[in-house]
Design a binder for this molecule. Structure first.
Ligand code: ATP
Ligand code: MG
Length: 222
């Protein structure tokens, strides 16, 4: 049976795709049969130019465009609005099928959300879907990517509390753009204190490898 992990973040542009690519690459290089899936991407002209294409290329996954992504929107707005503007709403069945297609050939399926944890995917008269619905449909645990710097205690705690309130498991946190120093070291300490979740890894600017044990990373998938 294939296992999955949903990677979310404290906001847009925080480095979810960058960190996901390094995480997936670490597992792939260690011999794990890992794959990637994203339900919907907005603001990209092609799969290759999107988050999915970046992870696929960085980790050398060799997945087809159809396998990587179910909905591609060109308009660079939240998926729910892009779907409305382009008249192509996300269907629950398509997302479940899309995930299962990857899970059929990969032991570890890595998903990435759009934006932060509160992100409408579809909001019309037929359905109100949020990222947390996708997480629930697929019964996934989450990993949070956050910036290492100023303001991160607030955004990490809010994200963890939001997920906990919905009974969605949080496996840990990865801090991006970590450069060390008194404040960032204290951020690690305070985040762990206030959330009860571990900072599992730190990614420095320009890192090309994730400094984390592949077996630990594989253990995050459920
Ligand atoms: N550690 C890092 N070192 C160098 N560049 C980085 C790092 N983290 C992120 N970036 C760059 O910052 C930009 C935003 O990162 P990324 O695309 O991973 O964010 P995201 O959270 O996935 O954004 P979105 O919400 O659009 O999916 C990208 O150009 C990425 O290459
Ligand atoms: Mg991204």
């Amino acid at each position: 049976m294939s296992k999955g992990l949903f990677i979310t973040g404290t906001g847009t542009d925080i480095g979810k795709t960058y960190v996901t690519a390094l995480l997936v690459k670490r597992l792939h290089d260690a011999g794990y049969n890992v794959g990637y899936y994203k339900a919907a991407i907005s603001g990209a002209d092609s799969v290759a130019e999107s988050d999915a294409g970046f992870v696929n290329a960085t980790a050398n996954l060799g997945q087809s465009d159809e396998e990587l992504l179910s909905y591609l929107y060109k308009t660079a707005v939240s998926p729910h609005l892009a779907a409305k503007l382009e008249d192509n709403p996300v269907e629950k069945e398509m997302v479940i099928k899309g995930y299962q297609r990857v899970a059929a050939t990969r032991d570890f399926v890595t998903l990435e959300g759009s934006g932060g944890i509160v992100c409408p995917i579809r909001y019309d008269e037929v359905g109100h879907y949020f990222l947390t619905d996708i997480i629930n449909w697929l019964h996934l645990p989450t990993l949070i990517v956050a910036d290492a710097g100023l303001g991160t205690i607030n955004t990490v705690v809010l994200t963890v509390e939001y997920l906990k309130a919905r009974h969605i498991p949080v496996k840990g946190i990865i801090l991006n753009n970590y450069t060390g120093g008194t404040m960032q070291e204290d951020n690690v300490y305070m985040i762990e204190e206030l959330t009860g979740c571990k900072v599992l890894a730190k990614v420095a600017p320009g890192d090309t490898e994730l400094a984390a044990d592949p077996a630990m990373l594989a253990g995050l998938y459920e």
